[in-house]
Design a protein around this ligand. Structure first.
Ligand code: NAD
Length: 496
């Protein structure tokens, strides 16, 4: 049985905690490795290595930093199939989906290759006579990145390239459920020329996370995960004086207006509801049908679901297993609760016949009609292949429902009415909005983030917000001495 350790100071590192977690192949149900769970002392070794590296890396020229990023981009691109294979083996998502995740991660690396433009400051000549002002953005030092299981490569890549390009050193704590992708990325970054210690990976659970939140050398924390943990990370990290962005869970609504193209909407609902078995923070889990379209829409969705093949992600199936047996049992319990609460199970995934090992963590795509806002299948983030249809009478009712939800990560509206779409994008209290686009994940050069219980902190991930998050601004006011400026004057400086 493989034991997966940590990666510190440019090489593999075995901690001393003696604690381990299990890594499974979700499509077979077999345990494939054990992963070390770091203690606070193990975390301290990684943070100290990062601290030493940060002092040198901050002074590396922009040309040197971008040379590393370009080389890293080439390595990840050339080895993208291998990375996708590791993701599928530990997470379960189908290979094509894993390849898509790698592609979205590559886009952030490419954005970071242009960091010299993003870091450019401003310069004002003669703000006062012969006095100039200019702004700089400088690295923070050591930053921590804590990522969830559902995007084991893409979510770390939302942060690592930009943090490193800005001159920081990083300690990454990936999900203990699928740590393989993060370790590969760290090895490949080192191979691309990143100095030892600039990127370290510690595997672990809550103990490692809390150690990072408490360590005084860690200056900032980028977290992505569920809302209760995001709230904890934000509270504990900010209490310790750190800058924290903590992206949390989601309940994403797709509103379908009566004038929408129902075939387009049905395709979108199936793709966004069941892609990656619903284990996406941008998955659509609540479909809000503005009557009279619900019957026609539900029929179209059910028809498409009948053609989906659930099975091993290496066999060309449409949808893979859930990540762990415990998670599959939890999602199944939600399906049972939905039935008990009176929602109509139009397609029941509990009866799925998977194309894969019977011991895999299977649950087929499930569609509920006549879901009401009080049911747990609506109030809770299920994070599985369960799509619920809520029927409302008007556009206003739809917006009210979406805005009353505590989450605000992503949403979409399907309509052919530009005025209605524009009104929705204006009125909806959600950070990422799609118009006839079901999973509106912005490109690398925009920033990604939700509102309300989906994000704690101010700055979103990647794009301009990412650069702001990983740097501190400084403004310099300078005058080169000229004998004419001599003389004591205790008055407050004003422009002259
Ligand atoms: P999770 O909250 O269980 O774990 C996330 C990270 O926190 C992991 O590294 C884990 O080891 C650590 N962790 C878990 N429990 C902890 C605790 N009590 N204290 C400190 N650290 C702890 O999330 P997950 O199950 O890995 O991922 C799924 C969740 O992530 C979903 O809620 C999903 O919506 C969310 N997510 C959000 C976004 C976004 O952009 N908003 C993106 C991806 C995933």
């Amino acid at each position: 049985m493989d034991v997966i350790g940590h990666f510190v100071d440019g090489k593999p590192f075995s901690g001393s905690s003696g604690r381990h977690g299990d890594v499974f192949d979700p499509a077979t149900g077999r345990r494939t490795a054990r992963v070390e769970l770091a203690s606070a002392a193990d975390v301290a070794v990684a943070v100290e290595a990062a601290g030493r590296a940060a002092r040198l890396w901050r002074d590396a020229s922009l040309a040197r930093r971008t040379a590393v990023l370009f080389a890293f981009r080439e390595l990840v691109h050339a080895r993208r199939d291998r990375l996708a294979g590791v993701i599928t083996a530990e997470h379960g998502k189908v290979l094509a989906d894993a390849a898509g995740e790698v592609q979205r991660g590559l886009e952030i690396i490419e954005y970071a290759c242009g960091i010299p433009s993003a870091l450019r400051g401003g310069f004002s000549e003669n703000v006062s006579t012969e006095v100039d002002s200019y702004s700089l953005r400088q690295p923070l030092g050591v930053v921590a990145v804590i990522s969830p299981f559902n995007f084991p490569a893409m979510v770390p890549l939302w942060f690592l390239p930009i943090a490193v390009a800005c001159g920081n050193a990083v300690v990454l704590k990936p999900s203990e459920k699928d740590p393989g992708a993060a370790l590969l990325l760290a090895e490949w970054f080192t191979e691309a020329g990143l100095p030892d210690g600039v990127l370290n990976v510690v595997n672990g659970d809550a103990e490692a996370v809390d150690a990072l939140l408490d360590h005084p050398v860690v200056k900032a924390v980028s977290f992505v995960g569920s809302t209760p943990v995001a709230r904890h990370v934000h509270q504990r990290g900010t209490a310790a004086g750190k800058r924290v962005q903590a992206l949390g869970g989601a309940k994403n609504h797709m509103v379908v207006l009566p004038d929408a193209d129902l075939d387009l909407a049905a395709d979108a609902a199936v793709n966004a509801g069941f892609g990656s078995a619903g284990e996406r923070c941008m998955a659509i889990s609540a479909l809000v049908a503005v009557e009279p379209v619900a019957d026609a829409l539900v029929a179209r969705i059910a028809e498409r679901m009948g053609r989906l093949r659930t099975g091993d992600g290496r066999r060309g199936c449409d949808m893979g297993p859930l990540v762990t047996a415990a998670h599959a049992a939890r999602v199944r319990a939600y399906v049972e609760a939905g039935v008990a609460a009176g929602a109509v199970p139009v397609v029941d995934g509990r009866n799925v016949e998977p194309d894969g090992d019977p011991n895999g963590f299977w649950l087929g795509p499930t569609l509920f009609d006549r879901v009401t806002p009080d049911m747990s299948i609506y109030t809770d983030e299920i994070f599985g292949p369960v799509l619920g249809v809520l029927r409302v009478g008007s556009y206003d009712e739809a917006v009210e429902l979406v805005n009353a939800n505590p989450y605000g990560n992503g949403t979409a509206i399907f309509t052919n009415d530009g005025g209605a779409a524009r009104r929705y994008q204006h009125e909806v209290e959600v950070g990422l909005v799609g118009v006839n686009v079901p999973i509106p994940v912005p490109m690398a050069y925009y920033s990604f983030g939700g509102w309300k219980a989906s994000l704690f902190g101010d700055l979103h991930a990647h794009g301009e917000d990412g650069v702001r998050f990983f740097t501190r601004a400084k403004v310099v006011t300078s005058r080169w001495l000229d004998p004419r400026h001599g003389g004591v004057n205790l008055g407050f400086p004003t422009q002259t």
